[in-house]
Design a binder for this molecule. Structure first.
Ligand code: NAD
Length: 343
């Protein structure tokens, strides 16, 4: 397993491999860049099939946080943590106390929060061992509703840019993954008059959006071929790849999942196909914006900042068109300029 030579290493400042014998914790904390402030990014718990898979995930996610925080206008750097374990594991107390101790050992260089497989109650456990956590109950809380708001506004910006309309009335949208964020996103889209086609691997989540929002349910493998205007990936990463791209009928890809492109070249391919792609770390910044208000939580101020995602995306879309570039490369360039200026 290469670390310094890993294809996604990208000048990480620090990568910490954590092992606690008593609890069985195996985790990796990656601090990508702290030019703008302490690294902040969630902790993911997943049944990784290998250490290599976990390392790749944490490096890609951590780098994404640096870019996300910069473009969202936050004074925070980028980092992320992964715990290698079954996310359904019930014995969480010892695991998250041990995780909290490792976060604490970094002395405030990295702040953790929830991500896939980890809930705010897990982070509450970690907070007994460290102050360097965010998204706590009674403070900024669950980031998912504001991630969903930002994603909804990002879809609106994409529709506005591509079709010149301000409304989602009658727009067909497929949503892959109706978990924490996907559920709230479906609510916004339904309220705005969109027609929903959804999939998930968790039946109860599907039943909920079908009942509450009249969503049509399809099997996971059928989500890519749906005759829709917008495809919103809201489950895991790398769902835009060589296999799925030829199947897409949507002309817009805009969803909350992190690392949607399997490789950078898939962003080029989307452009060639005439599909407008909302860069994932721009459209899904709502949750981290919410977390950035942790110390003196102000819901109205957090919401107002999340609403800026709409204009940021319009700027990226317009520049990408006028410079004949991918939206991803424009976003990266804008983020890098902010990060380098803060050096
Ligand atoms: P979640 O775990 O609550 O929801 C993910 C959903 O996807 C689950 O319901 C799961 O069953 C489903 N899923 C998993 N594999 C699937 C598959 N192959 N096909 C269909 N459905 C599948 O997670 P979440 O918090 O809603 O986050 C969703 C995505 O958004 C993740 O990529 C996460 O990193 C990203 N994200 C979340 C936040 C946040 O505030 N929660 C912020 C930024 C980015």
């Amino acid at each position: 397993m290469a670390v310094f030579n890993h294809v996604s290493f990208d000048e990480h400042e620090q990568v910490v491999f954590c092992h606690d014998k008593q609890s069985g914790l195996k985790a990796i904390i990656a601090v990508h860049n702290t030019n703008l402030g302490p690294a902040v990014g969630g902790c993911r718990m997943w049944n990784y099939q290998s250490d290599d898979e976990a390392l790749t995930d944490v490096l890609r996610l951590s780098r994404g946080m640096t870019y996300k925080n910069a473009l969202a206008g936050l004074t925070m750097g980028g980092g992320k943590a992964v715990i290698i374990a079954d996310p359904k594991t019930t014995d969480r107390e010892a695991l998250f106390l041990a995780f909290g101790r490792f976060v604490n050992s970094l002395g405030g260089k990295y702040y953790s929060a929830e991500d896939v497989g980890v809930s705010t109650s897990d982070i509450m456990i970690a907070s007994r061992e460290t102050e360097f956590v965010a998204g706590l109950e009674g403070k900024s809380g669950d980031p998912s509703p504001l991630t969903a708001l930002g994603t909804y506004l990002g879809i609106k910006a994409a529709v506005k840019h591509q079709r010149g309309i301000d409304s989602l009335q009658g727009i067909k949208i497929s949503v892959q993954g109706v978990g924490h964020v996907g559920y709230y996103l479906c609510k916004h889209l339904h309220d705005a008059g969109a027609e929903l086609i959804v999939t998930d691997i968790h039946q109860a989540s599907l039943d909920r959006v079908a009942t509450e929002f009249g969503a049509t349910v399809v099997a996971p493998q059928d989500i890519y071929t749906q005759n829709v205007d917008v495809y919103a990936p809201c489950a895991l990463g790398a769902t835009l790849n060589d296999t799925t791209l030829p199947l897409l009928k949507a002309t817009i890809v805009a969803g909350c999942a992190n690392n949607q492109l399997a490789e950078v070249r898939h962003g080029e391919k989307l452009k060639q196909m005439g599909i407008l792609y909302a860069p994932d770390y721009v459209i899904n910044a709502g949750g981290i914006i919410n977390v950035s208000f942790e110390k003196n939580y102000d819901a109205a101020a957090a919401t107002a900042k999340v609403e800026q995602i709409y204009n940021t995306l319009l700027t990226i879309f317009e520049r990408a068109d006028s410079e004949n570039r991918t939206t991803g490369s424009v976003a990266d360039e804008m983020a890098k300029a902010i990060i380098d200026a803060a050096k």
